[in-house]
Design a binder for this molecule. Structure first.
Ligand SMILES: NC(=O)c1ccc[n+]([C@@H]2O[C@H](COP(=O)([O-])OP(=O)(O)OC[C@H]3O[C@@H](n4cnc5c(N)ncnc54)[C@H](OP(=O)(O)O)[C@@H]3O)[C@@H](O)[C@H]2O)c1
Length: 346
């Protein structure tokens, strides 16, 4: 039995990844597409500037795009809405009884909204109970900022060593800015040391919530102190982070690599359709990970890490990479919905 699903912001960069990833999904079937007034009333093939290498399926190409108002969409709705409108629209959908699984930043830091990476904090779904106090018949679940998914997954297995502080410098792909995104004149042969929308602050706050623990129905943030600096680089897909950490204990390099390679979570235990068999893979080659070689590993759902070595300022430093529109956005949201489905929350 497949469940019909909708996509809000279906025409955008993340929306297109939803369409592509759901094309052959064993549980979910795309039945409704919503976007702005600019797209409403058009067939999807005419409304979306399709940017993905996988061909657009005929079924979805001919679906009509609807206005982003609740009423006609299925109960489960994925959202890749622009954050300038996501707060109001996602709230209206939740109020009307939809389960909204969102990529946007608007609700991530609300105390009663799970900010989920199923391998790391599946138990944060317990926060959903508190949403009953809102004027909502439905619910909202969010996935993190696209860098934070990579970063929090890399840090999660290090909690056992007493994770104290961390510094991250990112090299972020142009697909992270949506389409058409950054003008070619600005990005070709260039590095831009700023990303709008409070990117650094998101990294410095969302990570602590995700790594935190649920106590008495609320998340107690992890105490790791974080300093983030972000850059946009001329890479199509894949956000890279150069990361340093300080730890209370002093494990050796082998113990850290074993913690990463051995890391598993609920998605692997449940055998969820989008779950990578090994969520974090440590690459031993000196010059890896690289976006052009490693970003699509296991359908873009695996985080790759490399270059673990001693850091003369903190304790260790390394490089981590993840696919920003798959593991960092649409694939993350689909994995969240798969977990909710298996936990009886849909
Ligand atoms: N790209 C990434 O790597 C990434 C990763 C994680 C999270 N995110 C988040 O995901 C969201 C989407 O990002 P994106 O890169 O896909 O952006 P995008 O390519 O600019 O797409 C934005 C989508 O929002 C729709 N939209 C804009 N204004 C609207 C309105 N007034 N009413 C209804 N729909 C409206 C657009 O529809 P029209 O085509 O009709 O204008 C489009 O479908 C953002 O919140 C972003 O921060 C992105």
């Amino acid at each position: 039995m497949t469940m019909e699903v909708g996509i809000l912001g279906a025409t955008g960069m993340v929306g297109q990844q939803f369409v592509a990833l759901l094309a052959n999904h064993p549980w979910f079937k795309v039945a409704w597409l919503g976007a702005s007034e600019r797209s409403a009333g058009k067939a999807y093939r005419d409304a979306a500037a399709w940017r993905l290498p996988a061909p657009l399926s005929d079924d979805v190409a001919k679906l009509g795009v609807d206005a982003a108002t609740p009423g006609r969409a299925p109960k489960l709705v994925f959202s890749g809405l622009d954050s300038s409108v996501a707060g109001e629209i996602e709230g209206a959908f939740a109020q009307a009884g939809h389960i909204v699984v969102s990529n946007s930043r608007n609700y991530r830091m609300e105390a009663d909204v799970p900010l989920l990476i199923p391998e790391v904090n599946a138990d944060h779904l317990a926060l959903l109970k508190a949403q009953a106090a809102r004027n909502w018949k439905g619910r909202i679940v969010t996935n993190p900022n696209c860098v934070v998914v990579v970063y929090a997954m890399a840090l999660a297995p290090l909690r056992q060593f007493g994770l104290k502080s961390s510094i991250i410098t990112t090299l972020q792909a142009i697909s992270g800015a949506g389409y058409p995104g950054v003008p070619s004149w600005d990005i070709l042969g260039n590095v831009i040391p700023f990303i709008g929308g409070g990117e650094e602050q998101k990294i410095e706050t969302e990570t602590n919530k995700i790594l935190g623990t649920v106590k008495n129905g609320a998340v107690q943030d992890h105490e790791v102190k974080i300093s983030a600096a972000v850059t946009r680089v001329g890479v199509h897909n894949g956000h890279t982070g150069s990361i340093a950490v300080s730890l209370d204990q002093k494990p050796d390099v082998d113990a850290i690599v074993a913690a990463w390679n051995g890391f598993r979570g609920r998605p692997q235990a449940l055998g969820l359709p989008s779950a990578p068999a090994q969520p974090i893979v440590y690459l031993t080659e000196q010059n890896r990970p690289q976006p052009s070689l490693d970003v699509n590993r296991d359908g873009g759902m695996t985080i790759t890490i490399g270059r673990l070595r001693a850091c003369p300022v903190l304790d260790f430093k390394f490089v981590a990479l993840g696919h920003n529109t798959i593991r960092g956005a649409a694939g993350a949201a689909i994995l969240n919905a798969e977990l909710m489905h298996r936990e009886g929350l849909l």
